[in-house]
Design a protein around this ligand. Structure first.
Ligand code: ATP
Length: 890
């Protein structure tokens, strides 16, 4: 293809564009041509260039209050000529920044990759055939079909637009939708006025259309401005923000203590240099250097674990919010149920029929009172309507029957086949002239077919909607009689109470097309009912029980009939016998206060229109709930955005819904939400474990220095040694906690109330206790060995080893927040043992390797000293174990 130089496709008729791209609206591109163009133009993808350059991102790593203290401390050490100390402090600052930089980059990349992994399929015309392909393989010249819910995959010159509405917020920032057309607009019109173009990344919120791809990937309008967009989601979460606030308090505290130490020591006449170094030691000791990296790593591990369980996190804060979710609002069809429809019962000509067989294999029979029924008279009319007013397909491959399209519609084809009717022959004999597509709000579908030389409109939809338009119906002989609505309604309700999804069918003869909804307001002839079974997912059943134990409420929100919804809800354990169901109509009649009261009591909402989901979310949130809401359609997007966790369906959902959601389920299964909540709670636990493990060390180190200064004794640990402890233990011991498997009891406790502080009284007490234990042990053994005549280096080495051994021992306590560590399984976390092994090795090097002795001013110590260190560590773990027991097993 000669690369068309023009870019003003909006100012030219679409025919010209087709010519330039050597494509056609009827056939699209041939596969070989598309493959060749893909090789030249490259994939249709906008590589997310990070919003901030790497240099800036690296520089920002230093922009943290606690790092400022470290930098100042390093400068003080350098000023005093303590070059080793200064070097190590600056080294730590650099390493810290590097770790932060790498971890942040990896977490951002992982999030972006996950977002991409939710494949975005598009419908294209290739070689005259419509097919679904991955949007990445689109090339200029491709012909794309658009429907409500799609994300526009590339820049398109529209050649077909039927009530096509797009929101272009991604590009123009304007969130109201714009109507599109296929005409020509002035060449100097701005992006927002180019109504005959559909831009990549914008969303189709209504209507249908077709467009010719004129630009892909970076060449698209969105691609051009991609550098300006912050392509990746921010890594800030409520927790990281809380930690940032905590760091600020810590900053003030540490500075205050350093000043106190400095002033007291100086007043006592200690040398200025020593007091400055003590202040430096206090600062580096009290700063939890590993904390920010640990939080990011733990969250990133959580995201990866959730992805393995088929929940893709699109926004990082969702990982935390999941842990405090109190109610899940779930769609029924496909999420709580299998979306595997099988027609089980029919009503035609006033008579009931049963249909045998399971699944989509057309193996089974239609019977009436136990005898096989022939597809004749009203039964035939009903089944034929089911086949013609239908867009699904049925095919056998390798002995397995599969479907294309909507399972509800496929089930109708299977039922017809069981009665001996073939959909291909029927569709050929009665071509479709026009249609009104199914829509959840309208609750019916209609199509105009040419049937035996007549123009017949066939309708199918929710029984109330169809019946209200029928004036007559077919009796057993196939003659039209006045409609006996009450009788039909009672049969329909009986079917619904069995948990069946009921569809009603009707027809009316018209003069000709086009089809107009106003023509269908009344005067229809009722053909009958088809009722289908959609079995509840067994995994959902277990997940709902687990949610109940975890204090997470489950509400079913469905477009289906109240009776069907209640029957399925009862099977799933969401509702009990006699529970109330609120319908969309009743919901609409309630004011906000009334709705808030209703959502406290009702768990099943039926015949709900997607727009009403938003009100439900708001009412639940007004009651203080943290809401996860599922959705798949365009109209679900506002509710998904408003919910604390919007959950979109990866397989059956629209791009619009995925775009609005914080989490995408790749398997559309309710059980996956429960799994994600479990992971979310696990992640939060692990974060808390790390925090309560790391803080006592900093607290203890700070106290050791402060005490030494106040008591006027030599520092038991040098700043350098403190940094050694903090950095090595944070990486080798602390990070192991991020890999802790989920505790078995996580789904046996209530959700964490949002806004509760990370550390409650019990945990703060534990931190103080451990800090004091470390202080006493380290200081005590330091003084003891000094008293026994050990050199300053030896005594300090003992003190350092007390801290490290104490942290190893305390790590056992921290593996389980609420019980003894062995309940987590001795070997369930290999990182834990690997970390401890590596740490022991490093301490041996620290103590015995001459180089280390020179750098860190350490010295070899005796076996007796090791025994005392071990005893002190063991005692720490035992005291904490006892404390955990006393504070009710936490
Ligand atoms: P959920 O909201 O839990 O996914 P649902 O799939 O039953 O529930 P909708 O798809 O909105 O909700 O369907 C609402 C009603 O519309 C159904 O109960 C059915 O009566 C009718 N209906 C569903 N699919 C079709 C269809 N393809 N053609 C005509 N009517 C349909």
């Amino acid at each position: 293809m000669p690369s068309p130089p023009q870019t003003d496709w909006h100012a030219r008729p679409h025919e010209e564009a087709f010519e330039a791209f050597e494509s056609s609206p009827h056939d699209g591109l041939a596969e070989e041509v598309a493959a060749a163009r893909l090789a030249t133009h490259g994939p249709n993808r906008i590589e997310a260039r990070a919003g901030r350059g790497p240099l800036l991102r690296f520089a920002l790593q230093f922009h943290q209050p606690l790092i400022y203290i470290l930098i100042v401390s390093g400068a003080v050490a350098a000023f005093l000529g303590e070059w080793a100390d200064a070097g190590v402090i600056f080294g730590v600052v650099m390493v810290n920044a590097l770790i932060g930089f790498i971890q942040e980059g990896r977490a951002e990349d992982a999030l972006a990759a996950l977002a991409r992994s939710v494949a975005s399929d598009v419908t294209v015309l290739r070689g005259g055939q419509q097919r679904r392909i991955d949007a990445v393989t689109l090339v200029p010249g491709d012909v794309v079909r658009l429907a409500a819910g799609d994300k526009v995959p590339a820049d398109l010159r529209l050649f077909d637009a039927r009530a096509l509405q797009l929101t272009e917020a991604a590009l123009t920032g304007e969130s109201t939708s714009v109507a599109k057309h296929t005409g020509v607009v002035a060449s100097d019109s701005g992006l927002a006025e180019r109504a005959n173009l559909a831009f990549a990344g914008t969303l189709v919120v209504g209507g249908q259309g077709g467009g010719l791809v004129v630009a892909t990937g970076r060449a698209t309008e969105t691609g051009r401005i991609a550098d300006l967009l912050d392509a990746t989601e921010s890594l800030a979460t409520p927790l990281t923000r809380a930690m940032a606030r905590f760091s600020n308090y810590l900053l003030v505290l540490i500075l205050g203590l350093a000043v106190v130490g400095f002033v007291v020591g100086s007043l006592r006449g200690e040398p200025l240099v020593d007091m400055l170094m003590a202040a430096v030691a206090l600062a580096v000791g009290a700063i939890p250097e590993g904390l920010p990296a640990a939080i990011t790593v733990t969250l990133a591990i959580g995201v990866a674990r959730m992805a393995r369980r088929r929940a893709i996190i699109r926004r990082l804060p969702a990982v935390e919010t999941l842990g405090s979710t109190t109610v899940i609002c779930s769609d029924k069809t496909g999420t709580l149920t299998e979306n595997q429809m099988t027609v089980r019962a029919l009503l035609a000509g006033g008579q009931r029929f049963a249909v045998s067989g399971d699944g989509y294999a057309p193996e089974g029979v239609v019977t009436r009172d136990g005898a096989p029924a022939h597809a004749a008279g009203p039964l035939r009319e009903l089944l034929v309507a089911g086949v013609l007013c239908n867009d699904a397909g049925l095919a056998e491959q390798d002995g397995v029957w599969g479907i294309t399209g909507d399972p509800t519609e496929a089930a109708l084809l299977v039922a017809a086949r069981k009665a001996g009717l073939d959909e291909h022959a029927l569709r050929k004999a009665a071509p479709r002239l026009d249609e009104i597509a199914f829509d959840s709000a309208r609750q019916y579908m209609a199509c105009l077919n040419q049937l035996d030389g007549r123009h017949v409109v066939l309708l199918k939809g929710a029984p109330e909607v169809i019946l209200s338009r029928c004036t007559h119906m077919l009796d057993g002989d196939g003659s039209a009689v006045p409609a006996d609505t009450d009788a039909v309604v009672s049969v329909g309700r009986a079917m619904a109470r069995d948990g069946l999804r009921v569809l009603a069918f009707a027809q009316v003869e018209v003069e000709g097309g086009p089809l107009d909804a106003a023509q269908l307001a009344g005067g229809l002839c009722f053909l009958g009912l088809q009722a289908m079974l959609d079995p509840p997912r067994q995994a959902a059943l277990r997940a709902i029980a687990s949610c109940a134990g975890a204090g997470v409420g489950v509400k079913m929100i469905t477009g289906d009939h109240a009776d069907t919804a209640l029957a399925i809800a009862r099977e799933l354990g969401i509702a009990a016998e006699g529970d109330k169901v609120l319908t969309g109509r009743q919901l609409a009649a309630l004011d906000d206060a009334g709705l808030c009261a209703a959502v406290r009591e009702v768990d099943v909402f039926a015949r709900v229109e997607p727009e009403q989901k938003l009100r439900l979310v708001q009412a639940l949130q007004a009651n203080g709930e943290v809401v996860a809401m599922t959705g798949d359609g365009v109209n679900d997007a506002p509710a998904l955005k408003a919910a604390n966790i919007g959950v979109a369906m990866g397989a059956g959902g629209t791009e619009v819904a995925k775009d609005a959601a914080a989490m995408v389920l790749t398997d559309d299964n309710f059980a996956t939400i429960e799994a994600a909540i479990e992971e979310g709670r696990g992640v939060y636990d692990n974060l808390v474990k790390f925090i309560i493990w790391t803080l006592p060390t900093n607290f203890g180190e700070g106290l050791v220095i402060l005490f030494a200064v106040l008591a006027g004794v030599t520092l038991p640990i040098t700043p350098l040694q403190i940094l050694w402890i903090n950095m090595t233990t944070a990486v080798l011991l602390g990070l192991a906690l991020a890999f802790e498997p989920i505790q078995r009891d996580v789904m046996a406790r209530p959700p964490r109330a949002p806004g509760t502080p990370i550390l409650d009284g019990v945990l703060i007490r534990r931190i103080v206790l451990v800090g004091l234990l470390l202080l006493v042990a380290a200081f005590g053994l330091f003084l003891r060995w000094r008293g026994l005549g050990a050199s300053l280096e030896e005594a300090r080495t003992v003190a350092v080893n007390v801290f490290v051994a104490g942290e190893i021992a305390y790590l056992f306590n921290c593996r389980n927040l609420r019980g003894p560590f062995w309940r987590c399984g001795w070997w369930s976390n290999p990182w834990f043992w690997g970390g401890i092994g590596a740490m022991v090795l490093l301490q041996a090097l620290f103590t015995y390797l001459p180089v280390m002795n020179r750098v860190f001013a350490s010295a070899p110590i005796s076996l007796a000293a090791w025994l005392e260190i071990g005893t002190a560590a063991l005692a720490t773990a035992l005291v904490v174990g006892l404390e955990k027991r006393l504070s009710q097993g936490r």
